[in-house]
Design a protein around this ligand. Structure first.
Ligand code: PPE
Length: 316
């Protein structure tokens, strides 16, 4: 479910914590006109050792990748941004939250060529509950195959997490929601399954998991990688291959993965029940492992959690 934003005290901007109300931009900001923004979405979870950011380094690396693709200089190292995220979570006294680093071309020249516009870096955070509704994780969601195609290769680069890509995502999502579905699944330009508007997708058949390759215009999801590793740990085979649309309908299970969506089962697609129309055993097994890890109930064997407190005093 989409949260109404609850203001926090601070937002991080170009190296400083500023009051929430001051985190505004000019109407002639380049990004507002031409979509020139790259961003991340990262969860910080409550653990017995305090708030801990999940796979922070992998998310920040993807932010650097996105910026590089668009010839943007972030101006802060991954370590500096990691430090900034910790500072922000502490300053806002969040136990858990969703972090949103945003890097965009600011106010300067007007016109498509962005190279001289200043690059602005912000990090905000807020509380974000269950992405596809409170019951989604246990019951599964109803999805449809979108009439919109995902970004074609060599148009908007799908490996960059760029705001412009989310115009396509909005078309997919709006169409799904106005037609009574929770989410839309887009095909790639060749007609193979790509991903959801804000999630990667997996399906299970004969005990094996399948997920589209990155070449199918799918975002290199961090949760996608997490699920592949957790499946590997449990001896579940994961095959990255082109997925024909009809393979969704005959799957035993389908689930979405994403930072916001976590691991969300899909119970029907185009009103065809997936398996028995309930969360399947593989999704449940992976969810159990995932939630135990992020809650700090299981040893963090992959070193995926970065504690925010870690001996640093709270500075407000
Ligand atoms: N595909 C898309 C298009 C996508 O937006 C996301 C994340 C993923 C895959 C999964 O990636 P990852 O979070 O690294 O596992 N979508 C983010 C934003 C959602 C939003 O509505 O905003 C997210 O989940 O944070």
């Amino acid at each position: 479910m989409q949260p109404m934003i609850q203001p926090t005290e601070k937002i991080w901007h170009n190296g400083q914590l500023i009051p929430w109300e001051q985190a505004t931009v000019h109407v002639l900001t380049h990004a507002l006109h031409y979509g020139s923004t790259v961003f991340e979405g990262i969860r910080c979870y409550a653990t017995p050792a305090g708030p801990a950011i999940f796979r922070a380094r992998e998310h920040l690396r993807r932010l650097e990748d996105s910026a590089r693709i668009y010839r943007m200089e972030i101006g802060y190292s991954g370590e500096e941004l990691l430090e900034a995220m910790g500072e922000l979570v502490r300053a806002n006294r969040m136990e858990s939250c969703y972090l949103r680093p945003l890097v965009f071309r600011g106010l300067g020249e007007m016109g498509v060529l962005p190279l001289k516009n200043p690059v602005e870096v912000y990090i905000a955070c807020w509380e974000w509950g269950k992405y596809l509704g409170p019951e989604a994780l246990a019951q599964g969601v109803d999805a449809c195959v979108s009439s919109w195609t995902r970004l074609a290769p060599n148009t908007l680069p799908a490996m960059a997490k760029a705001s412009a890509n989310y115009m396509n995502a909005q078309l997919i999502k709006m169409e799904a929601v106005v037609n009574g579905y929770s989410e839309g699944i887009a095909l790639d330009a060749a007609g193979y399954v790509s991903e959801g508007s804000g999630e990667n997708i997996f399906l299970a058949r004969d005990g094996r998991l399948y997920t589209p390759p990155l070449g199918a215009s799918a975002l290199p999801g961090i949760t996608r990688d997490t699920v592949m590793r957790l499946a590997g740990d449990q001896g579940i085979e994961v095959v990255e291959q082109d997925v024909p649309r009809e393979m969704l309908y005959i799957a035993e299970e389908v689930f979405f993965t994403g930072t916001a969506a976590e691991i969300t089962p899909v119970r029907s697609i185009d009103r065809i029940l997936i398996g028995s129309g309930k969360r399947g055993p593989l999704a449940e097994k992976l969810q159990k492992e995932f939630f135990a890890l992020i809650r700090g109930e299981k040893e963090d064997r992959h070193r995926w959690l970065t504690p925010v407190r870690a001996g640093r005093p709270v500075t407000v």
